[in-house]
Design a protein around this ligand. Structure first.
Ligand SMILES: Nc1ncnc2c1ncn2[C@@H]1O[C@H](COP(=O)(O)OP(=O)(O)OP(=O)(O)O)[C@@H](O)[C@H]1O
Ligand SMILES: [Mg+2]
Length: 270
């Protein structure tokens, strides 16, 4: 299905080497990946393999040591409003309320074309989506880690981005909230047709949400080890899927990759 769609994000021979006080550290090598418009990609791999590094490159927050990244036929040279990011460590502005943190993003994208009332309505709708209406006037220091993460998700979704880049967005959430937000995300993405690249540690989450699961080898010099297409029809229902042999097979393939072929080795200091 996904292969018939036009290319949207292209990652061509990308390499990322960091300079550290102890010398250079090759984090990523030879990353080649094409993502179609509207595709949902899960990025999975052990801690420290370079998932956030790759996501930051697509976000345009860093530039690669070698290779090229392209989005919508243009080279990625910096961040842009068409690529919204949900960070692994919810990066909210601590002096602004939850409402203001989301409003800032909405304003940046829509203020040229929409009224203030509409911008407020968008912000309220995004907060409602993640169940944070009651906390709208609180500051990040006054809410839990999971709530902060939900503000970050609301902020990204409120921008209606063409590309949603999410770094373990549900990692800090309890299982029930996590399941609810996964379902919400599926519904939103089906509606907006956003292209999504989402980092996760959770095998079930990867299979439930994605069209393809990109599995990374361990670092240093990590690369894409294998790509698994998840050919499960949409809309997907988590209860029905739990017994679907195709679901179980995909799950097994990812677990096999992670725990047999890329059994976790203690990370050597960078
Ligand atoms: N700015 C940096 N300078 C030096 N080394 C870095 C830098 N950023 C990341 N690294 C190293 O690159 C490797 C990949 O880091 P990255 O944060 O991308 O991993 P990750 O897969 O996101 O891990 P996790 O699952 O724990 O979030 C690690 O060994 C890390 O120490
Ligand atoms: Mg990370």
């Amino acid at each position: 299905m996904s292969t018939a769609l036009p290319k949207f994000i292209e990652i061509q021979n990308v390499e990322q080497t960091f300079r550290t006080p102890k010398g250079s550290f090759p984090a990523l090598r030879d990353i080649r990946l094409t993502v179609a418009k509207g595709e949902f990609i899960a990025l999975i791999g052990h801690s420290g393999c370079g998932k956030s590094t790759l996501l930051n490159l697509i976000a345009g927050l860093t530039t690669p040591t070698a290779g090229t990244l392209i989005c919508a036929n243009r080279e990625i040279r910096g961040p842009g409003p068409e690529r919204a990011v949900v960070f692994q460590n919810h990066s909210l502005l601590p002096w602004l309320t939850c409402f203001e943190n989301v409003y800032l993003a909405v304003e940046r994208v829509f203020s040229a074309t929409e009224s203030k009332a509409r911008l407020k309505a968008r912000t309220e709708a995004a907060l409602a989506l993640v169940g944070l209406v009651a906390a709208a006037q609180k500051r990040p220091g006054e809410i839990s880690g999971g709530m902060k993460q939900r503000v970050g998700i609301a902020r990204a979704l409120s921008m209606e981005p063409q590309v949603l880049l999410m770094d373990e967005p549900f990692g800090a959430l309890d299982a029930l909230t996590r399941a609810r937000l996964q379902d919400e995300l599926l519904a939103i993405v089906a509606k907006t047709r956003s292209t999504v690249v989402m980092v996760t540690h959770d095998v079930d989450e990867a299979v439930l949400l994605s069209d393809r699961i990109v599995m990374m080898t361990n670092g240093p010099a990590a690369t894409i080890g294998e790509i698994l297409a998840v050919d499960l029809p949409r809309p997907r229902d988590r209860v029905a899927l739990a017994e679907d042999p195709r679901y179980l097979q995909a799950r097994k393939a990812v677990i096999d990759f992670l725990y047999t072929r890329q059994a976790h080795v203690e990370k050597t200091a960078a």
